[in-house]
Design a protein around this ligand. Sequence first.
Ligand code: C5P
Length: 282
Amino acid sequence: MIYETAPAKINLTLDTLFKREDGYHEVEMIMTTVDLNDRLTFESRKDGKIVINVEHNFVPSDQRNLAYKAAKLMKDKYQIKEGVTISLEKSIPIAAGLAGGSSDAAATFRGLNQLWEINDTLENLSSLAAEIGSDISFCIYGKTALCKGRGEVLTHLPKPPSAWVVIAKPDIGVSTPEIYGALNLNNRHHIPTEDCQRALNDGDYELLCKSLGNSLEDVTMGLYPEVAKLKNTMKNSGVDATLMSGSGPTVYGLVQKERQAKQVYNALMGCCNEVFVVRLLG
Ligand code: C5P
């Protein structure tokens, strides 16, 4: 039996550059991981089947599950006869902008790489992962990276300065294609990707706070005003910086002291059901 943890990611930056001919958007984003984890176990099966066990009303256990897609791709690519039972314990909110599904898929690539004794490199797994989703290549490594292309072209970056992250998800799910579909590239704001990179290189927490930015924030907030409201509440609760992650609707805030994080948590508890206080991992 193999165990893997699948950490959630947050975007420190997300810039959308242009729409490509294949329908995806060329992006430039800095992503990092937080200590909020799904847990997966992998058990070999002799019958060759891929079986997903998950107890969650909104997570499918069939071919639509990204962990299933990852297992199928590994099985076909490396011509594996064995099957696998994947048990998935969810803690990361779903349809949230935290890459929960992508991180589960990445953990599946890593887990099956061991279980089926494929022993391929993370680099090869990361390129293979791009076939089933843009954020999975990053999640293969986790840590912190500048992600370009449609998200799969990675440059590894130093881990962020230590901080607490308060994560709050409004009680709605958001579809990434819907948000990208509503994006108007003529209304682009400047996203300070280079400042964020400098903040990471220098371990500069203040600059990191100033350099957070996400081009999709206005789009999601235009469609779902509760996200703007939550961000405002977060701002007024004493965080050093706040941003929506990915295509949303999750909003996070950064603070340096645990006491501050608890204050922010208390201020947000009435606003939504899913609020977490976690460490920035990077
Ligand atoms: O790659 P993934 O399956 O996560 O993408 C979901 C959808 O999000 C895509 O079908 C596309 O509509 C949108 N997307 C995009 N540009 C990206 C990543 C995702 O337009 N760089």
